[in-house]
Design a protein around this ligand. Structure first.
Ligand code: FES
Length: 208
């Protein structure tokens, strides 16, 4: 069987030697020189290479949890924060707002939050740790637009979030109505309470 001809970038061709054939002296030298340069290059590049394996301070800050003081949010109001470059909403729901959550269930795509769009501790009727305090990523699950909040009831709708890009509608727990372009509920990010009024978004580890 003839050895295949392999093209090279200079436009010529290179025929690999037959298995077991003696390698020409010049090629041996060339290979040795290339290996030496490769080793030296790798050694020289080692330091920046190693450094690049560790995230920079800026990258660490960008992925770090964010603490938010929620004590000043009035009932029925929304506070905007940012975590990992993404909008985060914190809504203090009134008893009236909470009362709508059960009533809209038959119209929702995933009323019981069965899909993993939230941490386990928020897979409940209010999609939150404290019923009144809703925490959501403000990013539509269709194509990533940021919905607008419509927290007050209007035109036969109890209120919630509306995505202007393609018209998806979400309730006051971020659950999407059935038949919308958005396939799933809005995401609840990981979070925990540091105390009664301080939330840490992006970290739900225990004992910190
Ligand atoms: S991006 Fe929100 S409906 Fe399309």
């Amino acid at each position: 069987m003839t050895a295949p001809v392999v093209g090279n970038t200079s436009g010529g061709s290179f025929t690999p030697p037959a298995p077991g054939a003696e390698m020409p002296q010049r090629r041996k030298l060339l290979l040795a020189a290339t290996s030496a340069v490769g080793a030296a290059g790798a050694a020289a590049a080692g330091a920046p290479f190693l450094a690049s394996w560790f995230p920079s301070e800026r990258a660490k800050a960008a992925g770090a949890p964010v603490d938010v003081d929620v004590g000043a949010i009035e009932p029925g109001m929304l506070l905007r924060a940012e975590w990992r470059g993404q909008p985060v909403w914190v809504v203090r729901r009134t008893p009236e707002m909470l009362a709508t959550l059960d009533a809209v269930k038959p119209k929702l795509a995933d009323p019981d939050s069965k899909l993993p769009q939230q941490p386990e501790y928020a897979a409940n009727a209010t999609r939150s740790i404290k019923p009144e305090m809703l925490v959501l990523l403000g990013i539509c699950t269709h194509l990533g637009c940021s919905p607008t909040d419509r927290l007050a009831p209007a035109e036969g709708w109890a209120g919630g979030f509306y995505c202007p890009c393609h018209g998806s509608v979400f309730d006051l727990a971020g659950r999407v109505f059935a038949g919308m372009p958005a396939p799933t509920n809005l995401v609840v990010p990981p979070y925990k309470y540091l105390n009664d009024t301080r939330l840490r978004i992006g970290d739900d580890s225990k004992g910190a």
